[in-house]
Ligand binder design. Structure first.
Ligand code: XMP
Length: 518
């Protein structure tokens, strides 16, 4: 099946050596309006890099030492193809090693964290003061730069904090310019991108949106296209973009699995059918999902069932619709990059609603957002006129409230949770705290406890409130919500939701906890 992608003029390759900041580097480049894409070091050759016309290559950091037998290396031919290179941390050491320099273990000084770096006068440090705080994380260091390279920065401990071979446009920095702890890191990246690589700043969301609409208008002319709309940011933006391109030839199927938050199903239906005038089918499949979830307590089992059932419902709908040529999906760039990674332990199998149906054959799949990071998807959404509430909607797991009702899921428990969650969200909204916390919700624990109301004994469920502050959801802090917001939420939940008699606030960060309870 053919996949269709967008193309732009000037692009940078982020060559991934297993560093934790690979996506961050690409995002930082794109923030400067230069398109960047990530490739694992072992999936592309020097000749392919040259042929693809990259304006520059950034070697990422990585956990290895260049002398480990198993450490990732790269074909030294890359130094000869005339493309500027910036090596970062391990990438810097690898560059030195490949070019014939010497890397040693820093027995007495591993630098970790904020470190003052002294910069020389070099194009890489144009408009950067003579010293600045940079983020370091290394135990190896370059003890002897390769022939043709000059040292252009140092620290009190490290003799070579940056190096360059200006003739071949090869640069290396021991620190991480991409992290916010590095002062002037943005300026250094800009210096690499513009004067060194000669990039144009032509990666702009308005252009992307316009170009994509044009492209799909041509490519999908006369084709019937089907898209699974969840109401989440990604599928919504993909839907509106394609709708602008092909109008009613796009059919959106919104599988309402009955596990959405209060009022959400109606909101999705109203927004897309009434506001955007889309061809939308809302499938009310709550009964089907609940039946399959009966008595299931294990979170992974819930995810599996919901993922499978979703595909079955979607397939049934697609079959009813007759001939459909193309399947559209809201895949975004981190999904593409992450799925190329090796195997790390599965903590949660984040089944996203919208897996691929396997009994229907499509001529092709289109993924209009396949090259975008989440913040870019939001920008595209804003460009397309999607309401703010939807573009900035907090993340909501595909399996929905099923993973927020701890233990077996029933209609009654879902109703309790929906009401409690709506109150909590209302109170956060009323206090104007929506931007202060990145995700906030209620969880219906499986615990019942004794309470007293009036003169009567109650025996109701305990609800947990959760609010987290995070950049990337990989790690998270619990949000320090004001006591009065917590108090109002607690009072209202216990007063207004019969069946809930106790409210607790989750004060665990991630790690060790995860954001969701299941
Ligand atoms: P955890 O609980 O893993 O959550 O710390 C991190 C982020 O992922 C969301 N999440 C999911 N999203 N399907 C999804 O689409 C899932 O099964 C799922 N589980 C967790 C969670 O809401 C948080 O934003």
């Amino acid at each position: 099946m053919k996949r269709s992608v967008n193309t732009v003029e000037d692009k940078i390759l982020v060559l991934d050596f297993g560093g934790q900041y690979n996506q961050l580097i690409a995002r930082r480049v794109r923030e400067q309006h230069v398109y960047a894409e990530i490739q694992s070091y072992n999936r592309i050759t020097a000749q392919e890099i040259k042929a693809a016309g990259y304006k520059g290559v950034i070697f990422t950091g990585g956990p290895n030492s260049v002398y480990d037998a198993a450490s990732p290396h790269y074909d030294p031919e890359i130094l000869q193809i005339g493309v500027p290179i910036l090596g970062i941390c391990y990438g810097d050491q690898l560059l030195a090693y490949m070019a014939g320099g010497r890397v040693d273990r820093a027995e007495n000084f591993s630098e970790y964290g904020k470190t003052t770096v002294f910069f020389d006068d070099d194009i890489l440090f144009r408009d950067v003061p003579q010293k600045g705080v940079c983020w370091m994380s290394h135990t190896d260091f370059i003890s002897q730069p390769p022939a043709g390279f000059a040292v252009i920065a140092h620290t009190d401990q490290c003799p070579c904090a940056a190096m360059c071979d200006p003739d071949r446009k090869l640069y290396g920095v021991q620190f991480h310019p991409e992290v916010t702890h590095t002062e002037y890191g943005e300026q250094m990246l800009a210096n690499f991108l513009f004067p060194i690589c000669g990039c144009r700043a032509d990666w702009k969301m308005e252009d992307f949106v316009e170009r994509s609409i044009e492209k799909y208008r041509g490519e999908l002319a006369g084709k019937k296209v089907l898209l699974a709309l969840s109401g989440g940011v990604d599928s919504s933006v993909a839907a509106v973009l394609l709708h602008k391109a092909i109008g009613r030839n796009l059919t959106c199927v919104f599988v309402d699995h009955g596990l959405l938050r209060k009022g959400e199903g109606d909101f999705v239906e109203k927004t897309f059918r009434d506001t955007f005038g889309m061809n939308l089918i809302r499938v009310q499949a709550e009964k089907r999902f609940l039946k399959r979830l009966t008595g299931v307590r294990d979170p992974e089992e819930k995810r599996k069932i919901i993922g499978e059932e979703f595909i079955r419902v979607f397939e049934d709908e697609a079959k009813r619709l007759g001939k459909i040529h193309v399947l559209a999906q809201g895949t975004i760039y981190p999904d593409v990059v992450e799925s190329g990674k090796g195997d790390s332990a599965v903590i949660k199998s984040h089944h996203n609603v919208g897996g691929l149906p396997d009994v229907i054959s499509f001529e092709k799949i289109v993924e209009p957002l396949r090259t975008l990071f989440k913040d870019e998807v939001r920008q595209a959404g804003a460009q397309l006129g999607i309401p703010h509430a939807l573009v900035w909607r907090q993340p909501f797991p595909g399996p929905g409230l099923a993973v927020r009702v701890i233990g077996a899921v029933t209609e009654e428990k879902l109703a309790l949770l929906r009401d409690a969650d709506a109150i909590f969200r209302e109170e956060i909204g009323a206090a104007g705290l929506e931007e202060e916390t990145n995700q906030y919700f209620a969880v219906l624990t499986d615990l019942r406890s004794v309470g007293v109301m009036g003169d009567a004994r109650t025996y109701g469920y305990t609800v947990a409130l959760r609010a987290v502050t995070t950049d990337d959801f990989m790690t998270a802090e619990w949000t320090r919500l004001p006591y009065d917001v917590l108090e109002r939420s607690s009072n209202r939940i216990t007063n207004e939701v019969t069946g809930i008699s106790r409210v607790v606030f989750d004060i665990t960060s991630k790690p060790p906890a995860t954001v969701e309870w299941e």
